[in-house]
Ligand binder design. Structure first.
Ligand SMILES: [Fe+2]
Length: 364
């Protein structure tokens, strides 16, 4: 439900997220920041809670996570979070796939954190480098061919079709120039002497294989509006406001049933005196949030590369109070926010890999 009926009770700042005068700014929002919302102005930091086992924040270091495809070329990425709409996984593939693959369970989005190489697709090859998204639609045949052994990918598998959102009043002036999407040129791959080519198919959650007597990348040409593509985060133009910290949904890159992918990328900091530059404390009432720290810095401090953090819906999170105080103190010295964070928000609660959960929830 959307409503323009707003109330103001008790002690509040005149403008949300600005001139807090010691109040702790806490947002309760529906529909992943796109629905009704309330700002609550507290005396205390709402993230200073202790959680028992089960419901609580969770984080992990993707850079050191052992994955099936790290040790074994025939292995698969490691699923870390999942629900009925999607799977979030980490790939540390260290050698080319010795087979092609075809995911019939959903679309795939690969985000490259580390490494270079090529996605060999039936539409043609797509080179990759750090900061690239590669979107491989459901049922497309491809394989990952890294240049070296050191690779780290964040992988999202979505049951619903991954699509670019409607950018509303921006219309065609989207935060990226659509012609900067990289689309493959067809390239027929000839045989190399083997008798048959294996395609590992994921269907109904099960893996099985089909075999062709030739390389399945034999497309001479293609046309249409369904194709794999790549986009680098450097080609994104963040939307910003000088006077107020904008909600994460203005940074949406992809949406699908039950999920959205946003990213927080380098931009000038809010410049108006009194405007909060650190995202307000918040509870996302209707979405779990996964944040993947690709790199960059915040308030001059490097971010932990490869960290993944899950904030379940309804749970307060946000930077601690000392960081907010530091940001206000340094207002005149710091003029940019140089973070590089990829976020996957899901409407259904995410399950956590039990082995990773066993490590215990962390605070923050
Ligand atoms: Fe959040």
């Amino acid at each position: 439900m959307k409503s323009f009926v707003h109330w103001n009770r008790g002690r509040t700042p005149r403008q949300a997220h600005r001139d807090l005068d010691g109040l702790k700014d806490d947002e309760l929002g529906r529909q992943g920041f796109q629905g009704r919302t309330a700002q609550l102005y507290r005396r205390h930091d709402p993230t200073r809670f202790r959680s028992a086992e089960g419901y609580g924040p969770h984080d992990l270091d993707a850079g050191t996570l052992e994955t099936g495809d790290h040790a074994d070329p025939r292995g698969t990425p490691r699923r870390v979070y999942w629900n009925a709409d999607c799977r979030v996984a980490v790939s540390r593939r260290s050698a080319p796939m010795p087979f092609y693959c075809r995911n019939v369970d959903g679309d795939e989005m690969w985000f490259v954190h580390r490494g270079t190489g090529q996605f060999e697709t039936e539409f043609g090859p797509l080179r990759y480098e750090p900061g690239d998204y590669l979107v491989v639609p459901k049922a497309v045949t491809y394989r990952v061919v890294p240049d070296s052994a050191d690779n780290l990918f964040l992988l999202l598998e979505s049951v619903g079709e991954l699509q670019v959102p409607d950018y509303g009043l921006l219309g065609r002036h989207a935060p990226f120039d659509p012609t900067l999407l990289r689309v493959p040129e067809p390239e027929v791959l000839e045989g190399d002497g083997r008798e048959e080519w294996e395609v590992v198919v994921r269907h109904g959650g099960e893996l099985s294989s089909i075999f062709y007597p030739w390389n399945p990348c034999d497309v001479e040409g293609w046309k249409g509006d369904l194709f794999p593509f790549a986009l680098n985060i450097r080609d994104w133009n963040p939307i910003l406001s000088d006077g107020v910290h904008l909600p994460p949904t203005v940074h949406q890159f992809l949406v699908a049933d039950g999920l959205m992918v946003c990213h927080f990328l380098p931009r000038p900091a809010e410049g108006r005196k009194g405007a909060e530059r650190v995202p307000q404390y918040h509870r996302n009432a209707d979405y779990d949030e996964v944040a993947f720290y690709h790199g960059g810095s915040f308030l001059g401090h490097p971010l932990p590369k490869g960290l993944m953090a899950l904030s379940p819906q309804g749970l307060h999170h946000g930077a601690p109070e000392r960081v907010r105080e530091y940001a206000r103190e340094k207002h005149d010295e710091i003029s940019r926010v140089d973070w590089e964070i990829i976020a996957i928000d899901t409407a259904r609660p995410l399950h956590v890999d039990p082995e990773l959960r066993a490590g215990g929830p962390s605070s923050g």
